[in-house]
Design a protein around this ligand. Structure first.
Ligand code: TYD
Length: 404
């Protein structure tokens, strides 16, 4: 029986997807060696943490060929500028404040602090994206965060007023170790906040493609509350973010006596109503996942039987789960258009669909396009107004399959 990675109590299975390749493991050639692992989701009835069963070694995912670059979306660029401004406001009354960001990627957020000469440090294990951040004058350590690193940072920079992370905490297997590191690194009245895809949204939308190797944990306020408590910290606030298909930003302070906001209390109430504190909350999830997969396959097969071209839009990590679970490959999807230089010319993990530059999509104007980057729907629909006007169709699939 799989034990919870946080509290070591027995977990319950939620769903299994079988063998999966690394979600961002794009390859150059179909004969390239790929690593597969068992993708299954578990729920801990004791501390409410939803988590993966098996996890590939972190260096399999975050290395010097890491393909994910934050600044490929203008929505994300705006989102992180806003986050930087929030930090600047929070620090207004502090003397020579210090900010640490875990998973700083290409410096999409920290560059705004660097521009204001705010003392900052990014911690980023993927050397290629860290190099992009350095070009933006962002200070970065190319390391994985742990207690040892927390001590080293304190020795060289002092304690932090703010520790933050976006789409990173869910990838840290040793969360207890990370929280012990936060207790070392964070000032007594400092603020820790992090945001990740929100379990409430995943369950409500059935967005099962959020489940992949890099997302080891699927947080709710209920599970973060338990985790913080375990480390003598307190979940004080929660702010919902309209990015990555629905994310939650959790605010945490040192010491259990801090007050919780009304907003956080309301979210916790909503989560209990959805039964995210019980395995009941996941009972119908698996059934809904399989209905979506069946409907998507049928829709694509019908289009193919009419000899119409289908392409994809956005070679997302998420689509690795969807494509490998449904076995949809290049026989159905000709190619996926993507604007990330590190992905263009490669093949998708497992199913080997070619990735092409947007110019190909603009030339082809394919009649049907599966929107794998569904979390950027607004930005992409705005960009592709002309395509849709001329009869191009996008296929989306959460919470149900739609042609629009
Ligand atoms: P992302 O939303 O980060 O999803 P994931 O976390 O699942 O990888 O990735 C979006 C992908 O879509 C990324 O590869 C860039 C691509 N993209 C485009 O090609 N064009 C666009 O206009 C946008 C917004 C994204």
């Amino acid at each position: 029986m799989d034990k919870c990675k946080i509290c070591r109590k027995k977990t319950k299975p939620v769903i299994s997807f079988g063998k999966m390749p690394i979600a961002n493991g794009f390859i150059d050639d179909p004969t390239d060696k790929e690593f597969f692992y068992d993708l299954k989701l578990l729920f801990c009835p004791n501390c409410f943490m939803v988590q993966l069963g098996q996890i590939p070694h972190p260096e399999m995912m975050f290395n010097d060929t890491y393909a994910y670059i934050s600044s490929t979306s203008s929505t994300m660029a705006r989102h992180f500028k806003k986050q930087a401004n929030e930090i600047i406001a929070l620090l207004a009354s502090r003397k020579d404040p210090f900010v640490v960001e875990l998973g700083s990627n290409d410096g999409i957020m920290l560059k705004h602090l660097a521009a204001k000469e705010i003392h900052h440090l990014g911690v980023e294990p993927a050397a290629n994206v860290a190099a992009l951040a350095k070009k933006n004058d962002v200070n970065v350590l190319i390391e994985f965060f742990d207690q040892k690193l927390a001590k080293k940072i304190v020795r060289t920079h002092g304690q932090a007023d703010v520790i933050c992370a976006a789409n990173t905490m869910c990838s840290l297997e040793d969360l207890n170790g990370a929280f012990e590191g936060f207790n070392i690194l964070l000032k007594q009245h400092g603020t820790l906040f992090f945001e990740d895809p929100y379990l409430f949204d995943i369950v409500s939308l059935t967005s099962f493609d959020q489940i992949y190797d890099e997302h080891i944990y699927y947080f709710s306020g209920l599970s973060v509350e338990q985790l913080a408590k375990r480390h003598k910290m307190k979940l004080t606030d929660m702010k919902h973010q309209d990015v990555h298909g629905g994310s939650m930003r959790y605010y945490i302070k040192k010491g259990g006596s801090n007050k919780r906001s009304f907003r956080a209390a309301e979210w916790l109430k909503k989560e209990k109503e959805l039964e995210l504190d019980s395995s009941n909350g996941f009972k119908k999830f698996k059934k809904r996942v399989n209905t979506i997969c069946r409907n998507l396959k049928q829709t694509l097969q019908k289009i193919k039987s009419q000899n119409q071209q289908i392409v994809g839009y956005g070679a997302t990590s998420k689509s690795t789960t969807l494509l490998n679970y449904t076995h949809i490959g290049p026989e159905t999807i000709d190619y996926i258009s993507d604007n990330t230089p590190t992905k263009i010319g490669k093949l998708t993990p497992g199913m080997h669909i070619p990735i092409k530059a947007h110019t190909q999509f603009a030339n082809d104007k394919p009649p049907f396009t599966v929107l794998f980057a569904w979390n950027h729907k607004k930005e992409i629909f705005d960009k592709e107004k002309a395509y849709r006007k001329k009869g191009g169709n996008f296929i989306t699939y959460f919470p149900k399959v739609r042609i629009q």
